[in-house]
Design a protein around this ligand. Sequence first.
Ligand code: FAD
Length: 479
Amino acid sequence: MYDAAIIGAGVSGVATAWQLSHYELRVALLEQCADVGFGVSKANSGIIHAGFHHPAGSLKAKLEIRGNLMFEKLQYELGFPFRRDGILVVAFSPEEMATVQKLYAQGVANGLRNLEMCGRERLLQLEPKLNHEVVGGFFAPGGGTIEPYRYVFSMVESARKNGLELYCGFKVEHGAFDGKHWTLAAANGKTIQARYVVNAAGLFADEVSRNCGAEDFKITPRKGEEYLLDRESPARPRRVIFPVPTKTSKGVLVIPTAEGTTMIGPTAESTDDKGDVSTSADRMKQIVAQVRQMVDGISARDIITSFAGLRPALETEDFYIELSKKAPNFVQVAGIQSPGLTAAPAIGEYVKDLLRNAGLRLVEKNGDHTLPRRHEIRHETPESLAALHQDDPRWTHVVCRCENISEAEIIEAVRHGHTTLDGIKFYTRAGMGRCQGGFCSARIMMIVSRETGIPMERLTKKGGASHLLAGKLGSMEVK
Ligand SMILES: Cc1cc2nc3c(=O)[nH]c(=O)nc-3n(C[C@H](O)[C@H](O)[C@H](O)COP(=O)(O)OP(=O)(O)OC[C@H]3O[C@@H](n4cnc5c(N)ncnc54)[C@H](O)[C@@H]3O)c2cc1C
């Protein structure tokens, strides 16, 4: 019997679980995928938004601004990559400049005191790689970037250290309340009982709500394609560059990621297919043409991979975070499209307060939420690397050449419960570089198999039937 069960281990559910792990509660986090953060939370732009895109009075604006302010402390405690390098919004015509003025005024109305209107010269000083045709814009120093998967993984790790119980492969198919408790039934026949339920199921929050007898609403996926440039691309800017937004999106951006690469995108197109994460050559060409208007040096030849994410959009376009009016002790966390990543820490706080108001007793516990610093050989000095090597030579056995990831780091990921190729990739960055795993995938599989005892032919890319090998592997030796 749990005090609370959270459905969905994306950033919203995980941030809620992390908040609740500060109290004397028994909490279960239920995730249908093989690992956490495998939904929308792994396929996004990784931007910590500054708080000027959404109108004052919207829940989005309120939680975005609160969430933004929480990142230094979170980074200090949890150690995920985060940089506050600022955001530029740029205009290339007097018409666009009028939109920039409106956006600036919206930011000021939202309480931002540090926005700086800029003329052409000042913009080029802040970002020398900008196209010199730029007319004007503004600078939002509070914006930044994070590594989204590490952010999710480290919040889960910290929450688990403080008692959170995580169930992956648990797809909630049905929920019923008997007057006192919820019983949540999974596709695999397992059940869990809890006093309170949080529906943070992302794209599937509408289905989960219906299957639990709560509100009827519709999530419409809005697809965003993103393209990643090689680490060596000369086009990498210092700060995130935004064009003026459209009605349905913040526009196509140039993003210097927290990991040191450059990303361009995303598009914004509504679809009915919650599984459509395809990308296309046409969209790629459109994106490259659009971002080249902002930064000349961007070349399609530098693109090393692409992906698409689906924004879980509601008709209202705002977040829907409320106690259900139909189902008792049931909190809806739906419509969490952008700026969901930014707002997530504040979403967690907000949901905790809703649960408290609904009667969940919160007694603080003396937990330790900080995580030990991870050794990352690509950031170490030669001396500290030598010391690590003395301790364990696997720290200098490089498995992923593009991102310089060692065998010891792969083992660390496995010991933290990540056993799919994607789980290892998101935890360590192995396979994310120029060759996209061409060199290291087989080596990673051998290490995972050796460390876990899982036969090579049963290893998967991301759980389920995504097996990496067809048939038997013959006499391949796993050392
Ligand atoms: C292209 C793109 C770019 C974006 N860029 C940014 C950005 O730069 N900055 C920003 O702040 N935000 C951005 N966002 C938005 C942000 O990514 C989302 O708001 C956020 O990740 C949503 O998190 P979530 O936890 O609500 O949903 P998810 O991450 O989708 O998590 C929901 C989880 O629930 C699980 N689930 C579903 N059904 C069930 C079930 N029945 N049982 C158990 N588990 C279930 C899913 O598997 C999933 O893991 C972007 C989004 C997209 C698509």
